[in-house]
Design a protein. Structure first.
Length: 355
């Protein structure tokens, strides 16, 4: 009897305990917010995969890495995996297919990819302008109108530089063709374009700095349209943007905001400490590309950039319309183009408001 009594008491106690637990403990709420909308990160990321170009126009990202600004905001326990890219098409494919979380890219290829995948957003600006039109020394080209029948190189098809070139040609009443009646456009990586210019295989190039300055200093080319005259907006157009995947924004929105803070702080640092910044940029360039660059070239390049976190939606849309005309963006009509969802500048606004 005694055994049975104790067994009954134990059963009652255990049952009561389970009832109390069920009543007192509620399931953890799901994090709020959509892919790019509001909401906070539920957990801090252990690893962040950051993409960046091997190009001086990504100077703010270089300085943020060299000065440990991303670490400052993300914390020492976060591992940063930096992936270097040669062009915006490869970068945009990588972020759309979850190979990287966030990073720096131009609006041209990023917009083309966004309209296909719709799974990453612009969260901040980093640099406006910084590309120049350079003609070969003996090409006979002294203005854009002289480009008829000539071959002009751009870094990659659909790039922001190609969009600027097409706008420049349109402003001068010129058309893009595959024969001598107009202007022929070919794609060459900047390093290959430099060699092609030396060997007179191309007539001109619209290329990001410091390549244009290098061609001019070598005496193989001359800048015929400076950076602050290149369309749209006479050089004041987004050339380098900070973008983040929807997945990263949903899971780690606070970390995305911290990336914006690091980018903004790097821009302020460069403006306040240009001489020190040249060395930092060169160090990161050396690490990403395997070789450094003459400090004077970096200095010249930075003088041709407008480092800013601001983003012009109108400029991004204008460039997208050029991509539609060029056939890079399909199944979208210019009158129906809406890039409102491509820009999520709410975190940038929070960062600015907190200053």
């Amino acid at each position: 009897m005694k055994k049975k009594t104790w067994s009954s008491i134990l059963a009652i106690v255990l049952g009561a305990s389970l009832v109390l637990t069920a009543c007192g403990k509620q399931p953890a709420p799901e994090p709020s917010g959509g892919a790019a909308g509001g909401g906070s990160a539920s957990t801090a990321p252990s690893t962040i995969r950051l993409g960046i170009f091997k190009n001086v126009t990504h100077a703010a990202g270089y300085v943020a890495l060299e000065q440990g600004l991303f670490k400052k905001y993300w914390g020492e326990n976060v591992k940063i995996e930096v992936q270097a890219f040669d062009n915006g098409s490869d970068f945009s494919t990588a972020i759309a297919t979850d190979q990287i979380d966030l990073g720096y890219v131009g609006p041209g290829p990023a917009t083309n990819q966004f309209l296909k995948s719709k799974n990453f957003r612009i969260i901040s600006g980093s640099n406006n302008g910084g590309a120049v039109l350079v003609a070969g020394k003996d090409s006979g080209i002294n203005s854009p109108k002289d480009l008829v029948g000539k071959t002009v190189a751009i870094p990659t098809k659909g790039s922001t530089n190609e969009i600027s070139l097409r706008l420049l040609l349109k402003e001068n009443g010129l058309s893009v063709t595959t024969d001598k009646t107009g202007v022929q456009i070919i794609a060459r990586a900047p390093a290959d374009t430099l060699i092609a210019m030396r060997q007179k295989e191309i007539d001109a190039t619209l290329i990001p700095e410091p390549w244009g300055t290098q061609m001019e200093q070598e005496g193989i080319g001359k800048v015929i349209v400076p950076w602050d005259q290149v369309p749209p907006n006479k050089g004041n157009y987004p050339l380098t943007l900070l973008v983040a995947s929807d997945k990263f924004l949903k899971q780690h929105r606070e970390a995305a905001k911290q990336a914006i803070q690091a980018n903004a702080e790097a821009i302020d640092f460069i403006k306040a400490n240009p001489d020190k910044s040249y060395e930092l940029i060169n160090n990161r360039l050396k690490e990403l590309s395997g070789k450094g660059m003459d400090i004077n070239l970096i200095k010249a390049a930075l003088s041709h950039l407008n480092l800013t976190t601001d983003v012009s939606k109108e400029a991004v849309e204008e460039m997208a319309k050029v991509s539609i005309d060029a056939g890079y963006i399909k199944d979208v009509k210019k009158e129906e183009l809406d890039l409102g969802k491509f820009l999520d500048l709410s975190l940038l606004q929070e960062v600015k408001a907190s200053k």
